[in-house]
Design a protein. Sequence first.
Length: 485
Amino acid sequence: MRPRLELLDRPLLERILDEAFQLIQNPGVRVAPYVFELLQAAGARVDNGVAHIPESLARRALNTVPHDFFLYDRQGRPAVHYGDDDVHYDPGSSCLNILDSKTQKIRPAQSADLIRLVQVAEMLPQYAAQSTAMVCNDVPQEIGDWYRLLLVLWYSEKPVVTGAFSGSSLQTMLELLAEESGGRDALREKPRAVFDVCPSPPLNWSEFASENMVELARAGVPAEIVSMPLAGATAPVTLAGSVVQHAAECISGIVIHQLAQPGAPVVWGGAPAIFDMRTGTTPMGAIETAMLDLACSQVGKHLGLPTHAYLVATDGKSLDAQASMESSISAVLGALAGINMISGAGMLDFLACHSIEKLVIDAEAIASAQRLVQGIEPRGESLATGMFAQTGLQGDFLKLKETRALFRSEQHFPSAVIQRGEDSPDILARARARVEELVAEYRRPDLSSEREQALRVFAEMEARGAGLGHLPGIDALEQVPASKH
């Protein structure tokens, strides 16, 4: 039996969806001119930039969304399954800062920091996907979106959770992915990336978000709606009310997306949070924030849709007990909820900062969560009586062949980050040692010389247009050895 956690009963689920359908019709959803014609042609009324979407139109759109899809690795192998209760994790995305490993001070992130994080995530099986995890402050801002993606593609063969902050960036990123995949048709057939797209709360699809939804649908590249209601500030203060708003924002985004291309893959995702009335902050580590994520995902699952949420993060600014508590609790809760992609590992400071040491600590919490959802299984003809028949009351189970045969499948063995044996340094020191170990073992995955040259030519041309004469993290770090496997 797979253990499962749900927070909403059936009557409350139905009330949430009923009110969400009401909201997208009245007061409606603010949309950009980019999608006026698309919505009007389908029967939605658009007045003064506000679309009033009938429930019948919304339900038709929901009915055309695929119930599942795969992301693929560089070799074309299915690596991440969005659907059912399959659970995957990836590092959080788009941090401006990093917690410096040596000084333990927060500073702006650089290309070398992102590369190091990608190398560590590549070596950790707990992360099924990479992310464009950090803003590279050593490249011009106008090319930051695609440059982050370039570095991930250069150093990793895992699928990528990414996103564009403008329509023009999206097209460049799609071209970059097509170069790496062998063309637009190959990218459509076996997508390597999913793109986060964020509506603006409350109930607003901006110009670039609307454009991203339409263009991703037409390109056949999965879109991941990341709705961000802030309970008490940009959303109703009640958790249930914020879940209604989340549902309305997701449904309206799905309408736009499916009108552009029925049957295109899209994810019911989000990063909701509460608004702390005492401090004026948005605590991503709060238990209520985790509850919002679980409830929002449950609504998506009720509709039969792939799901995503932001968890495994902390609001603290250092690797302390608060960081471990907040991150590990939500890692387990997300797994129990069966959320398909859980983003946020490695993140500190209200999602503004990454820590590579935290990424390896979070991997241990994730491994425990993954073991938990495997549940308890009966093995052998008897549960215990057969083994007692061999040992009697002596209790010497270590000698049994069943012990030798089954202990590896019954028990998860953590890395040295988790202290179970002799005295060792504190967890920060153990995490630093683990990072160094993983980076030393890392080998850059194979990329054919033709594809590598195509990526480089494309990147150099785009970089020159922004006044950048070299490729930080690529030209400077060519000494990173490539895999021979």
